[in-house]
Design a binder for this molecule. Sequence first.
Ligand code: TYM
Length: 354
Amino acid sequence: MWPKKRASKHVTRFSGTGEQAMQGRIFSGIQPTHGIQLGNYLGAIRNWVRLQDEYDCVYCVVDMHALTTVHDRATMAANIREVTAALLACGIDPKRSVLFNQSQVDAHAKLAWVLNCVTPLGWLNRMTQFKEKAGKNREKAPAGLFVYPVLQAADILAYKATHVPVGEDQKQHLELSRDVAGSFNNRFAEDFFPLPEPMILGDAARVMSLRDGTKKMSKSDPSDMSRINLTDDADAIANKIRKAKSDPHHGITWDVENRPEASNLLTIFAALSDRPREDVAAEYADAQFSRFKSDLADLTVEKIGPVTAEMRRLMADPGQIDACLAEGAERARAIADPVIEEVYDLVGFHRSGG
Ligand code: TYM
């Protein structure tokens, strides 16, 4: 047995006004696999924007995670910029929050390796996202896809984050992050890593496909009609909502079991208008789908249109996006490097000449 060493509980402050006490540190990430869809926006990013006032926030474009599926240099580079532009356009403020891409901060890869060494294979075998993504041909799935959730734990723990705002699909990965943190703490230093709390906020934590109300809206769905992309123009949005799957029932009511599509559209309406779902359901209890969809299309265009326009403006100046990411990476390193140094010391890695 190695001797246990008590670690310092010091949390570095790095942003905010300096006057106001922040409630903790937030970390969250998004993959630059494609552009951003409405589920990402309503389930995660909109909450990230709101949380900037109360927490020290670190937001990351997780390009190393995306490398498990994106194997084309130009696509990867373009996606990183597009997702960054989308985050900025949605209201992530790079002055208040740290915004960067994962590959530029070595601590993620270094910590992931250490955590791989304290994570039992059995925990990873239970991950449902791996099973879904690997599909039937598991032997051919990249090893990176299997250890993906350990890299995710490293992302969070490298910043000693206390809270992680995500959509519902990330719940299992976050439970694993807590277990991995506990596993490290048990072996090397009690209380070194805080056990991160998932924050799954609001009714839109699971936005479903427009073509099938039982399937998650996703960037990887082969049908573009299944999702609203933040790059869609007004015509595309209206067309997708008009053609969204409906059902033969009268009126619009909330009934996930029997009316998954109507319920999903109600959720989207309520989230975009910041109204309780019951309110919206009461307003459209007698309405035809055609009127409801037409109002939903107008509302979506009203809310998403300005984000799309701002994204286009930002994308016209890639140099500015790159500069923003470079500055964010520097600030991220200032937090994560001391943590990885402590980790290396705790596990007994000897430094030569340093
Ligand atoms: P990703 O890139 O798939 O999604 C980014 C965020 O969007 C949420 N989300 C949704 N929310 C509601 N309805 C939907 N249909 C929907 N689709 C996506 C996701 O829950 C997520 O919050 N593994 C993560 C990225 C990651 C990460 C991290 C997250 C890497 N490291 C550390 C948190 C902390 C992922 O693939 O998210």
